[in-house]
Structure formats: structure tokens, C-alpha cells
Write a protein that binds this ligand. Structure first.
Ligand code: GAR
Length: 195
């Protein structure tokens, strides 16, 4: 059984879906949920589901990314995960942290990568007049929102969409996509999930 750690920054709805899926014959189990903010709503949800939680606040590090990342890694070392899932984790990780995890770290991003890396993906898709939008799960490499794609889910853009309505529709797809990808990845199946 693979051991999975999940990094979050906020409400953690994707994290909850991953935790709910990792039961029964699933090839992985969650061993830690870590947030960079003690106020992240997902921490209580993880604890309520019986998962160990941790906080490593980035702010006291005053921009010293290497020291912040060393603290993240030190916490991971206490639970020895095989797989690290970023799920709404809103800190950029540098190569020093990412390199040792390459091939074992997943991220979910709210766009059809390679379109719209970075922030404000829904507003950018609307501004571009795209008819299709969606979300991507990919392996994390040192380049932001780059790396091999493990799965994508598409939604149709509607003429009356706002960034908020579009984000909500994409999020429902994220909740299907991420568990499906993690299940396959943990089982060692490299076939991308296309929803
Ligand atoms: C999700 O939409 C996720 O794709 C996005 O943040 C949201 C987190 O929601 N991630 C990024 O924008 C990463 N740069 P959640 O906390 O409810 O899972």
C-alpha cells in the first residue's frame, strides 16, 4: 500500500475527495494532511476523517524558501510518504524541494494545461473566449504548472458564465478527476485519465 501525504492551503475540497476515496481496496492510504496556514478549513475536515494533520506556516520564514521547504520536508520525513499530492496548495515550490519528489508528486490545476498556468485561470479562459475549459492533474516538475499530464477533465463554457460559475463547474470535475488519477497512479498504471 502506497503512503500519501496531501498539501493544502484552503478549504481542501479536493483533499476530502481523495481521503474519501482512499479506503477499501484502494492501493494507497493517506498518512498526513499538511497546510501552510493554521486557518485552512481543510485541516479540521482531515482531522474529522481521522488523518494526522500538520501546519508549516510559510510566513515566519520571511521569504526564505529553502528554510520553509526544509521544514516541509522534515514534517514529511516523520510519516515517510511514497506519494505527495498538492491539492489547492498555493505556495510555489522550488527545485530544491521538488527534485527529490519528481515522479512522485502530483498537482491539480484548474485549467486545461498547457493553457493558463498560474493564477486566475477561469477569468483568463473567459477573456480568451474559450468554448472549453477544465482541470488537469500532472506530475510536478520544477517549472510551474508543467510536467507530464496524468489526467484532464473538460467542461463546456456557457455564454453567461462568470469566473465564479465556471470555477464551481470545474471544481465538480476536479472532485472526480483527482481521485481517479490517484487511484491509477498508486496502482502503477500510467494511462492518463480523460473525463
Ligand atoms: C482548486 O480549484 C484547485 O484546482 C486550485 O485551488 C482550488 C482548491 O480548492 N489550485 C490552484 O489554483 C493551484 N495553483 P480546494 O481547497 O477546495 O481543493
Amino acid at each position: 500500500t502506497k503512503r500519501v501525504a496531501i498539501f493544502i492551503s484552503g478549504g481542501g475540497s479536493n483533499m476530502v475527495r481523495l481521503l474519501e476515496d482512499m479506503v477499501g481496496d484502494h492501493p494507497a492510504r493517506a498518512v498526513l494532511v499538511l497546510a501552510n496556514d493554521a486557518n485552512a478549513g481543510g485541516l479540521k475536515k482531515a482531522a474529522d476523517l481521522g488523518i494526522e494533520t500538520a501546519v508549516v506556516d510559510h510566513r515566519p520564514f520571511n521569504g526564505d524558501r529553502a528554510a520553509f521547504e526544509a521544514a516541509l520536508q522534515a514534517k514529511l520525513d516523520t510519516v515517510d510518504p511514497d506519494i505527495l499530492c498538492l491539492a489547492g496548495f498555493m505556495r510555489v515550490l522550488t527545485e530544491g524541494f521538488v527534485a527529490p519528489w519528481e515522479g512522485r508528486m502530483l498537482n491539480i490545476h484548474p485549467s486545461l494545461l498547457p493553457k493558463y498556468k498560474g493564477l486566475h485561470t477561469h477569468a483568463r479562459a473567459l477573456a480568451a473566449g474559450d468554448s472549453e475549459h477544465g482541470c488537469t492533474v500532472h506530475l510536478v516538475t520544477p517549472a510551474l504548472d508543467d510536467g507530464p499530464i496524468l489526467g484532464q477533465a473538460k467542461v463546456a463554457v456557457q455564454s453567461d458564465d462568470t469566473p465564479e460559475t465556471l470555477a464551481a463547474r470545474v471544481l465538480t470535475k476536479e472532485h472526480l478527476l483527482y481521485p481517479a488519477v490517484l487511484r491509477r497512479f498508486a496502482a502503477g498504471d500510467p494511462t492518463p485519465v480523460m473525463l
